[in-house]
Design a protein around this ligand. Sequence first.
Ligand code: PLP
Length: 402
Amino acid sequence: MSRSQRGEVEPFHVMEVVKAAAERQRTHGDAIALCVGQPGTPAPAAVLTAAAAALSEQQLGYTEAAGEWALRERIARHYADSYGVGVDPSDVVVTTGSSGGFLLTLLAGFDPGDPVAMTRPGYPAYRNDILSLGCRLVELAVGEQTRYQPTVAMLEALPEVPAGLVLASPSNPTGTIIDADELAAIAGWCAAHECLLISDEIYHGISYGRRCASARQFGTASVVVGSLSKYHSMTGWRLGWLLLPEQLRRPVELLQGNLAICAPALSQAAAPAAFDASATTELDGHVARYARNRDLLLRRLPELGITSFAPPDGAFYAYCDVGHLTDDSRRWCYQVLEHTGVALAPGIDFDTIDGHRKVRVSFCGDTTELDEAIDRLVGYLGSCRPAGHNQPTDRQRRRQLS
Ligand SMILES: Cc1ncc(COP(=O)(O)O)c(C=O)c1O
């Protein structure tokens, strides 16, 4: 029993599956993790070189709460280069992953009881953090019709104007990208209604044809959330950032100073190199692999009877309907892990109402492993069916685990 209401937070189920997959790896040595949004590659070489130099040459003590100025300048320049928008380095606060930035934004932006909207399905830590801080969760049920993204019409239909709206594009779990026009309209609506738009853009750079717009292109009233975790393949470096509207800069800086003091100094010292041209070439190579993995997965999902999934425009997830296999996605994911060693993320993490019939498959790992994982799943599902129905092929049987 928790001592506080804040501690009575739902688990981030993906992290629970990650724990179970690590246990499976220890006991069987055969786990394939398709449950987590973690690129299977290290940080770019330029970052590793910069980190090595920083380790030998710098003190690496605390930095300013808002982050090293040189890094804030580099991040500001990234917005000019990538989106053609001017950002002042003082608009940027460097955070411990975007997760740290999101928490600072919630703390600085809202009081307990304030209604904060987000999509369902959506990123679970957002829902859990909003609730843990005592804000009121307003869920916008989204689906295929709007590419799993919110619209102004949905906001207009709410009984009250929310104090905030969290939007992620590309989204997790669906990978869908919001149209630039709709993002512009939402940014305008939020500014006009004093609703703080929090635009999670941490998957920018990973897309398969559709362009990602930044909320920053449509004014300075929104909070833009960025991170080195995904495109830059640096999850464990815990380095993210916020672009903040003027009125939130000082409160966020004060909260950061009190809660974390600063983001990790080694990561800050190495981070500017993540934007070097050589890093971009390396990272675009990873995106090309994600694209191949995506093609492979979409081609093979029907072998699992999965024909309905959100269009993965970006990020590296397929959010799939497995209603023909289960109405308890959490239990099913653990069964699948036990029988195949393949770890999948249960849909209930992202959608507490309709997620029982959904799973999220992450395709940012190794292509051969992904193929192997699908073989195992095909074999497992075949073994669950009555004899004579879609028996696994010999190749699949050979590769199937006992
Ligand atoms: C939509 C979204 N936002 C934020 C995060 C947190 O990422 P990080 O704290 O590593 O920047 C994640 C991680 O998976 C995510 O999917």
